[in-house]
Ligand binder design. Structure first.
Ligand code: PLP
Ligand code: TYF
Length: 394
């Protein structure tokens, strides 16, 4: 039977990670995979997470199964973190999932169960895994215009013109903050407009929130998600704890479904738990327990927030310095958008040939669409990158 299997295309980002590892050059620069790195190139365990882990080791008395939805306290704390008090707790169904990817996958699964004909409208471009999961599931996809490569900003008129083509019951997938791969984000005024249009056409918004705290701060990064959840009759939210808690390999995420009509909660919650059971039964618990411990303890939470804030402002500073270096070295302000973008990523907007040249000649690794991970830089490597970009003749 196995002879019937075909080779599957590799994940380009993960393949890039491997080529970087194999490159013997000492001054190579990894701006590929979206993992936060400090100035020394390390991805540390956050202080509060480490303390929570110690506490757990000392105090945890069982590792017996939780529930299909995971620990309800994790869902409670995550609802507060993501949604604040914008919607009633009784309107939110939630299940823990293996990472944000698991939440995205379970969210699509729920959509398919509810409406097998639903088209998923995705930004052009979007995170490649959105597309590969949807393809694997056989779900129809329609791209909406998003990134304007001329300005490095948003093609907002194009975005709206495409979103209004959605049919009732279709899903519009939106990045809650820190758009991956472009780094370009909507203003809150633009979000309001998007929400109006989604409601006008009767589509359902699905928010992928993988970088809360990496853009403008924990509250500001949740503002769009909160606006959507309080303005639309139904909202699907897939949130990841991988980046903002630095627990990538623990696989910690949550799928939330907000229905303004609380009478829907019983069936929606049951459906989410059912989907967990069909796919993997109980979700991973260790990461979720670290998160609920940190969020539930005033001291740990304050320390986590402070460390996250240092990571965020460090990335912002690198953006500013890179934009400045590029302005000085190229005598143009065409890269000014780098300072406007938010999150780990920015799409430089240069050709695949230039990306390849930067890798071959300078050992600079970025994703083929010219996405850089800003956290892969430090104060010493920023001038090197700026010079390499200018030397490549961009
Ligand atoms: N969604 C987006 C847009 C992402 O960039 C990521 C990245 O890591 C995820 C979801 C999910 O991440 P994870 O499954 O590691 O929690
Ligand atoms: O876009 C990124 O780099 C992150 C990490 O299959 C990632 O979202 C990359 C590829 C992948 C899973 C996660």
């Amino acid at each position: 039977m196995f002879e019937a299997l075909k080779e599957q295309p590799a994940d380009k980002i993960l393949a890039l990670m491997q080529s970087f590892k194999e490159d013997p050059r000492e001054d190579k620069l990894d701006l590929g995979v979206g993992v936060y790195k400090d100035a020394h190139g390390n991805t540390p365990i956050m202080r509060a997470v480490k303390t929570a882990e110690k506490r757990l080791w000392e105090e945890q008395e069982t590792k017996a199964y939780t529930g299909l939805a995971g620990d309800p306290l994790f869902a409670e704390r995550m609802r507060e973190l993501v949604l604040g008090d914008t919607v009633e707790a009784g309107t939110v169904s939630a299940v823990a999932t293996p990472g944000g990817t698991g939440a995205v996958r379970q969210g699509f699964d729920m959509v398919r169960m509810a409406n097998p004909d639903a088209v998923i409208h995705v930004s052009d471009p979007t995170w490649p895994n959105h597309l590969s999961i949807l393809k694997h599931m056989g779900m129809p996809v329609a791209p909406y215009r998003y990134f304007d490569s001329e300005s490095g900003g948003i093609d907002f008129a194009g975005m709206i013109a495409d979103i209004v083509q959605a049919k009732p019951g279709d899903v519009v997938l939106l990045h809650g903050c820190c758009h991956n791969p472009t780094g370009a984000n909507l203003s809150l005024v633009e979000w309001k407009h998007v929400v109006e249009k989604i409601n006008e056409v009767g589509a359902i918004p699905m928010i992928d929130l993988a970088y809360q705290g990496f853009g403008d701060g924990l509250e500001a990064d949740a503002a769009a998600t909160r606006l959507v959840a309080e303005s639309c009759p139904e909202t699907i939210i897939a949130a990841s704890c991988s980046k903002n808690f630095g627990i990538y390999r623990e696989r910690t995420g949550i799928l939330m479904a907000v229905a303004q009509d609380p009478a829907k909660k019983k069936v929606v919650q049951g459906t989410l738990a059912y989907l967990n059971r069909q796919n993997f039964s109980f979700p991973p618990d260790h990461g979720a327990r670290l998160v609920l411990t940190v969020l539930g303890d005033a001291e740990l939470r304050a320390d986590w927030e402070a460390e996250l804030e240092d990571m965020r402002t460090g990335m912002l500073e690198l953006r500013r310095v890179l934009a400045d270096e590029l302005r000085q070295r190229s005598n143009s302000d065409r890269f000014e958008f780098l300072a406007e973008h938010r999150g780990m990523f920015s799409r430089l907007g240069v050709s695949p040939e230039m990306v390849e040249k930067l890798r071959a000649d300078h050992g600079v690794y970025m994703v083929g669409d010219s996405r850089i991970n800003v956290a892969g830089l430090n104060r010493d490597t920023v001038p090197k990158l700026a010079q390499a970009i200018v030397d490549a003749g961009i």
